[in-house]
Write a protein that binds this ligand. Structure first.
Ligand SMILES: [Ca+2]
Ligand SMILES: [Ca+2]
Ligand SMILES: [Ca+2]
Length: 380
């Protein structure tokens, strides 16, 4: 795949328009599954989904482009890889790739999903069609598989790094949606699909990336220790990458946070599109640790963010029964987390062993009694 970091820094589509045939109508291929097709949208054909909205947003910006909706509901990346050559044969200028949520439903690994998408990008590049990757939108809490987005977030990690390594454009739909307040309550038609307002947001994310308008603060990936991990050694090294695919991370204002406090992490600062953060604790870690970051990008004005990336439990920590969110206390937040799991059984998508306090495969009144017995207590 060709590397176009400079072109992408100013917007992939603007770079394309600077080529000799500028002014001609450009063909954009929007390739993916039901989320590209527009399932869940209340608009009728052919206006369903993000592609039609993207064409309208580009037209508003003075860019003439046909956006072809090539979404096939239910498709996996392996099936998409097989379908793509015929779609590319018709020609085009850009390929927008957003696929993989059906793979997650079938328990395909994030690495395999990223591999298939990279192959699709390679096929497009060979035909002179520039690929733009997109992370998957998150699943709602009622999704039967991956309701907490553990796998879907790891797909985002893989794609953030893939786009960085290949110098390709990335639409970070996962970041845009997860950073939107009450996203599942307001912007979803069902656990997988946006509603009309959700598709508006998705189209805006694609349009801004193509036009070089940076509204997305830096994103992280490959966080270690992982969120929810326990038994972490007290002197364990803490690491993550920070990316900013449009304007780059402002290295002078990027900080690792432990329990909300800045620490003197080692930062590789040579490539602003990806910074590596590493920290070995000066004093041994104890109890429950929150790893996060504060950062801004190089856009004008900068997009700023402070996020928790992982909450993990250091080896030797005694947690109270009922402390579902592992913060050292049994309180109302644990009860809320427990309520979501109540009535589920091992094997259900909704079941989470953290709520099965007596570990008998059912989350029921017996577990609630155990939680209630510790309610209001603190472990440390
Ligand atoms: Ca940015
Ligand atoms: Ca708790
Ligand atoms: Ca139980």
């Amino acid at each position: 795949m060709k590397t176009l970091p400079h072109a992408l820094a100013t917007g992939a589509l603007l770079a394309l328009l600077a080529t000799p045939a500028a002014g001609a109508v450009r063909a954009i291929l929007a390739f993916g599954d039901s989320i590209t097709a527009g399932v869940g949208d209340t608009r009728p054909e052919p206006d369903r989904g993000y592609p039609a909205r993207l064409a309208a947003l580009l037209a508003e910006a003075g860019v003439a482009a046909e956006v072809h909706n090539l979404g096939v509901p239910g498709e996996t990346t392996a099936e998409g890889l097989a379908r793509l050559p015929a779609a590319l044969a018709a020609g085009g200028n850009l390929l927008l790739l957003m696929e993989g949520t059906n793979d997650v439903s079938h328990d395909v690994s994030p690495e395999t999903i990223a591999y298939n998408l990279r192959e699709m990008g390679r096929l497009a590049s060979q035909r002179g069609i520039e690929p733009i990757f997109a992370t998957l939108i998150p699943r709602g809490p009622a999704a039967p598989t991956d309701p907490r987005n553990l796998q879907t977030e790891r797909v985002a990690w893989e794609l953030r790094d893939l786009a960085y390594r290949d110098g390709a454009g990335l639409v970070d739909a996962y970041a845009v949606f997860t950073r939107t307040r009450e996203v599942f309550g307001r912007l979803y038609a069902d656990p997988y699909h946006p509603n009309a307002e959700g598709y508006d947001l998705l189209a805006k994310a694609f349009a801004e990336m193509l036009l070089g308008i940076d509204t997305v603060a830096p994103v992280a990936a490959f966080v270690r220790p992982a969120d929810g991990e326990s038994g972490v050694p007290p002197t364990s090294e803490l690491t993550f990458y920070l990316y900013d695919h449009l304007s780059g991370v402002d290295a002078a204002h990027a900080t690792m946070l432990i329990d909300g406090e800045p620490v003197a992490a080692t930062v590789s600062s040579s490539v602003p599109r990806r910074l590596a953060f590493t920290y070995r604790p000066a004093t041994p870690l104890a109890n429950v640790v929150r790893l996060g970051y504060r950062a801004r990008d190089l856009a004008t004005p900068p997009n700023e963010i402070e996020e928790t990336l992982a909450t993990f439990v250091v080896a030797g920590t005694e947690l109270l029964t009922g402390d579902l969110d592992r913060d050292g206390r049994v309180d109302g937040r644990d009860l809320v987390a427990f309520a979501v799991l109540f009535g589920s059984n091992a094997g259900d998508g909704r079941y989470d062993p953290r709520g099965d306090l007596d570990r008998n495969g059912r989350i029921d009144g017996l577990d609630l009694a155990l939680l209630a017995a510790n309610f209001g207590r603190s472990a440390f």
